[in-house]
Write a protein that binds this ligand. Structure first.
Ligand code: FAD
Length: 279
């Protein structure tokens, strides 16, 4: 069981209980993006455990009417064991998801993984006619050059600010610069993308900016936020008619994810402590 202190940010240890969380979200008009917690498996065997857990999850989602999809991390499905292992495993997951009509997002990890992740996404989004999504990071300077290439691929793209501490040679380091890049990349996406845009941010300024761009260009977009972060805003946006999807981590490796949320924002500790007191 996930202890009360972490349960704001992690749905459950099992897929079945996490789907109960999705069902509640769906009642508020919010979709679920399920992510099994785990990363950096060095062996093919370790990666295989999570690949097969995702295959089972897809089958399970396929038997429901839930608005749910999945998001996978490259290093969780074999990237550290080899580029070919990752690509083959991603292909298996997407193929199975295609059979069950489940959408697959690919998370983006640090800068050393960008090329192989973009290549795998391009290959499968083309092969499966857009039923795949990719996360890209506004803090990376290269994103300016990656965007035109992605505009020609028939999939969805989630823009986030970027969670990895990258060197200044390749990344914007100051918040203001990352925000400026985020807006500039969003502008490009609303002008040139027609496959689907996801605004992966809790930042009210970025969300307002996306709404304004939608008014100007008419391009469809969705808003994605993490479980446990600005959930009132998630509900309000859904009620106002925007497409909102919540990224939902689950699984027994919740500890390091929970500490990341706390390190990122001290107020999260207050929320977590409150959850313990009211449990
Ligand atoms: P921040 O700059 O952290 O915050 C801006 C403003 O948002 C704050 O000033 C505040 O007004 C509001 N805000 C933020 N957090 C809170 C809070 N807890 N409570 C209240 N208000 C808050 N990163 C990757 O590198 N790769 C990925 O694949 C990836 N996938 C992601 C998927 C989703 C759905 C989301 C939401 C994020 C993902 N990230 C990923 C993380 C992302 O890169 C950022 O690290 C993270 O979202 C924090 O940036 P932010 O845009 O929310 O804004």
């Amino acid at each position: 069981m996930i202890p009360p202190i972490a349960s704001r940010f992690v749905a459950a240890e099992t897929a079945t209980e996490s789907l109960d969380h999705v069902a509640k979200l769906n009642r508020d008009g919010i979709g679920g993006i399920l992510n099994l917690l785990g990363e950096h498996y060095e062996t093919q065997a370790a990666a295989e455990e999570d690949v097969s857990a995702y295959l089972d999850l897809i089958t399970q989602i396929g038997t429901t009417e839930l608005k749910a999809c999945i998001s996978v991390k490259p290093s969780q499905i074999g990237l550290d064991a080899g580029d070919d292992v990752f690509t083959a495993n991603l292909g298996r997951i997407i193929d199975h998801a295609d059979e069950h009509d489940v959408f697959v997002w690919v998370d983006m990890e640090d800068r050393t993984t960008t090329d192989v992740t973009l290549d795998a996404y391009t290959k499968f989004a083309t092969q499966y006619d857009g039923d795949v999504g990719l996360c890209i990071q506004a803090n990376l300077k290269r994103t300016a050059e990656d965007l035109p290439r992605l505009a020609d691929v028939p999939g969805k793209v989630r823009l986030v600010k970027g969670a990895y501490d990258e060197p200044s040679a390749v990344a914007y380091k100051q918040k203001a610069h990352v925000n400026q890049a985020y807006k500039q990349y969003l502008e490009y996406m609303f002008e040139h993308f027609d496959g689907g845009i996801a605004v992966g941010s809790h930042d009210p300024e970025m969300i307002e900016y996306a709404k304004d761009l939608h008014e100007v260009h008419g391009t469809d977009f969705e808003i994605q936020m993490l479980m446990g972060v600005r959930e009132d805003a998630q509900r309000e946006l859904a009620q106002a008619g925007y497409e909102v999807n919540q990224y939902i981590p689950y699984g027994d490796k919740w500890m390091s994810y929970f500490y990341r949320r706390i390190r990122e924002r001290k107020e999260n500790l207050v929320f977590a402590a409150r959850a313990v007191l009211t449990a």
